[in-house]
Design a protein around this ligand. Structure first.
Ligand SMILES: NC(=O)c1ccc[n+]([C@@H]2O[C@H](COP(=O)([O-])OP(=O)(O)OC[C@H]3O[C@@H](n4cnc5c(N)ncnc54)[C@H](OP(=O)(O)O)[C@@H]3O)[C@@H](O)[C@H]2O)c1
Length: 340
């Protein structure tokens, strides 16, 4: 059986970890795409800290790299469909399946319906699958939907999670408004161009999975402000007291059938005594809870994307969201052995 051939799209913090995991799971990397002159032309092994050359030079010519016959592109570039559509469209047009970490791609049908429908159409035409995965896949969506499946009646679903912005690269730190003043934060928050919250897409996916009918969707956000100066490695800055370390979003979807869904999610630069958490509570018959302790969000982002690769290649063509894929499985063997 031939190895799976992959393209690494974006050579930043997440795809550096993912590169090692792909190689560990028997994937052949046939190309890598990045943007900055500091990376283009360099060897992927060197850039991702593997300590050995992989014979894969990083390129900024995405179309050429995607013409090399890859089975899948692993994309870790940006968060929102307005940006991510460029990479997803290029993959689909070149007949390459793609799994992306873009948070909105977890379930973009409600927040970016036109873009998603267009990508879905291209993917169907070229017979490939586009999917959003990452930490949300199991911890915020599929484990929660399995928990919902253990109940007879749901009144409310309440999720609470936090993650450290500085476990990721500069792309995410900028999106979390790290280092801005409260005034700048409020201007961004009130601007019409504010993208959807990551929590909104999670709740959209959970509600879609139940078939319930959303009647109202609200989001409130508040900044997390520094109470002591805190260094931010990904941006190379120190956030002064009173400036923004990130923010908390509280999303709520009410449904016409009764159940309501709330997700309170904090993404900020941590003080040394803070750790990630993931807690879900379902009130109904019976009340049930899910808690993962200090979940290592950055690592579980990468592991889930890699373990999803066979499911994405096996799936029907189109923009196929993660709640429609099979239950995520541990991959003990080389990934091509899971292809149907
Ligand atoms: N779903 C999840 O669970 C999850 C978890 C973690 C992160 N994420 C998301 O994944 C994205 C990547 O995270 P990260 O921490 O790896 O970010 P990062 O370290 O900032 O890396 C982003 C990479 O994308 C490259 N890039 C940006 N625009 C590009 C373009 N137009 N064409 C080609 N390459 C481009 C950058 O290239 P240069 O460096 O060459 O400029 C950089 O290598 C972020 O948006 C983050 O929010 C999602």
């Amino acid at each position: 059986m031939k190895k799976i051939k992959a393209v690494v799209y974006g050579v930043g913090t997440m795809n550096s970890i993912i590169t090692r995991m792909l190689l560990d799971k028997g994937v052949e990397i046939i190309g890598a795409i990045s943007r900055s002159p500091a990376k283009v032309g360099k060897d992927l092994g060197e850039l991702t800290g593997l300590g050995r050359q992989l014979g894969v030079a990083v390129s900024n010519d995405a179309a050429e790299v995607l013409s090399r016959g890859a089975d899948i592109a692993v994309i870790a570039v940006n968060s929102y469909m307005s940006d991510a559509q460029e990479q997803l469209r290029l993959c689909a047009e070149h007949g390459v399946n793609a799994v992306t970490l873009s948070e909105e791609a977890l379930y973009p049908w409600e927040t970016s319906p036109e873009i998603t429908a267009e990508l879905d159409g291209i993917a169907k035409r070229t017979s490939v699958t586009l999917t959003g995965s990452g930490h949300q896949d199991s911890y915020w969506l599929n484990m929660v939907s399995m928990l919902m499946g253990t109940t007879h009646r749901i009144d409310t679903v309440l999720g609470q999670a936090s993650w450290n912005v500085d476990d990721y690269g500069p792309e995410l730190a900028r999106e979390q408004q790290v280092g801005t003043t409260p005034e700048q934060f409020n201007t961004w928050l009130e601007s019409a161009s504010r993208p959807p919250t990551f929590g909104r897409n999670v709740l959209d996916a959970l509600v879609a999975d139940t078939g319930l009918t959303p009647v109202s969707i609200t989001t409130t956000s508040r900044p997390v402000l520094a109470t002591e100066p805190l260094p931010v490695a990904s941006l190379g800055i120190t956030v002064p007291v009173g400036h923004v370390l990130g923010f908390t979003d509280i999303d709520e979807i009410k449904t016409s059938e009764g159940p309501s869904f709330v997700f309170e999610m904090t993404g900020c630069v941590y003080r040394p005594d803070q750790a990630d958490m993931n807690h879900w509570k379902i009130a109904g018959e019976p009340d049930v809870e899910l808690s993962n302790g200090a979940v290592p969000t950055a690592m579980t982002t990468c592991t889930q994307l890699v373990n999803r690769i066979p499911d994405v290649i096996n799936a029907q063509p189109g923009f196929i969201t993660a709640e429609k894929l099979p239950r995520l499985r541990y991959r003990a063997f080389s990934l091509e052995t899971y292809l149907s």
